[in-house]
Design a protein around this ligand. Structure first.
Ligand code: MN
Length: 338
């Protein structure tokens, strides 16, 4: 017999009601997520798209770029457009769903081209700016997928194995294989239920964690060779110039895991990844073991979670690096003195 789990969602009834009335009001939907989409963004958008398709709705998934080949195993809806295949013209839908995106500028590239009545956003970032017409935001959730599951399970229509596989994967990747602080009892209750849909945890773990291309391995070896330590080894940073991606024929979204190597080191509190963007600016990824990096990312115009955040700095890597390192060193000093 299936036990009903306790829902801990902040505003459960309100969220379910908002979602339910949004999807019953409209017939056509566009679903999209942020660029450099990770397992949570893709998993939650695929899951919602598959759910709406099963309801007989017209659904178009728009990915802001090409899907990381690593996440290609995820079941997708019928109509998918990747922006690398050219820009879309005259796209319209009654409702637009945006997932896992904390602010409008993360999805503007896609949404600026879409005509719609209403925008609904589902997200778990504490820095979410509530930019949509309807906002379902719960930062106590490990992932957008966890939140999406909590809503879908309350509705009448069934969750399929394909939907469950997407949701499980998003939770698995956003929790770093259940390693991070965002894992709660609720997370395990959700994944337990997802496994009841015949999702195989070991197969997803293999797809995510034992699937490194040789190119990525050679690239990682070279990048880690240049890992630098600072502030009595409490800060570890690595940098990635575009030339290096080209040398190993890699896309931006394939190197996300790189920053975790820096965080593995025993004395390290802050891990940073500086990546050069196509236009010569710097994307900064920040990770920490005990301190809040979302507030630091926010100061630089970005956002994220307490232990994982990021920002874009309109400077070259050298200048961005100087600024961020200084800010993190101040943070370490500040904490020590109080
Ligand atoms: Mn997420």
């Amino acid at each position: 017999m299936k036990m009903r789990m306790k829902i801990k969602m902040k505003d459960k009834d309100n969220f379910i009601q908002k979602f339910q009335s949004f999807i019953s009001e409209y017939q056509s939907f566009v679903i999209t997520c942020h660029e450099n989409a990770d397992g949570d963004a893709l998993g939650s958008s695929n899951a919602l798209a598959l759910f709406l398709e099963a309801l007989g709705k017209e659904v178009l998934m728009i990915y802001p770029e090409s899907i990381s080949s690593k996440l290609d195993f995820l079941p997708k809806p019928k109509r998918v457009h990747e922006y690398t295949n050219g820009y879309l013209e005259n796209v319209s839908a009654e409702g637009v769903l945006v997932v896992d995106s904390s602010s409008y500028d993360r999805v503007s590239r896609v949404l600026d081209d879409v005509e719609y009545y209403q925008l609904l956003s589902i997200d778990h970032h504490p820095t979410n700016t509530e930019f949509a017409d309807i906002n379902i935001v719960d930062e106590t959730m490990s992932s957008t997928c966890e939140l999406v599951y909590s809503i879908l399970k309350e509705l009448d229509n069934p969750i399929t194995k394909d939907i469950a596989k997407n949701l499980y994967t998003g939770i698995f990747t956003d929790t770093g294989s259940f390693n991070y602080e965002n894992v709660s009892q609720f997370t395990f209750e959700v994944v337990k239920e997802l496994v009841e849909y015949d999702v195989k945890p070991h197969l997803i773990a293999r797809e995510i964690n034992e699937n490194m291309s040789l190119n990525l391995f050679y690239f990682t070896r070279e990048v880690l060779n240049n890992l630098k330590l600072d502030a009595d080894n409490r800060i570890a940073w690595i940098k990635c110039e575009r030339e290096l991606l080209g040398k190993y024929n890699l896309n931006d979204n394939e190197i996300d895991g790189l920053i975790n190597y820096a965080k593995k080191l025993q004395p390290v509190e802050f891990a940073i990844l500086f990546r050069e963007t196509e236009d010569g600016n710097t994307k900064v990824g920040l990770r920490s073991k005990t301190k809040d990096v979302s507030k630091i990312a926010f100061e630089f115009g970005g956002g994220g979670h307490n232990r994982a955040a990021g920002c874009l700095i309109e400077k070259d890597i050298e200048n961005a690096k100087e600024q961020v390192l200084q800010r993190l060193k101040d943070e370490l000093k500040h904490k020590r003195s109080d």
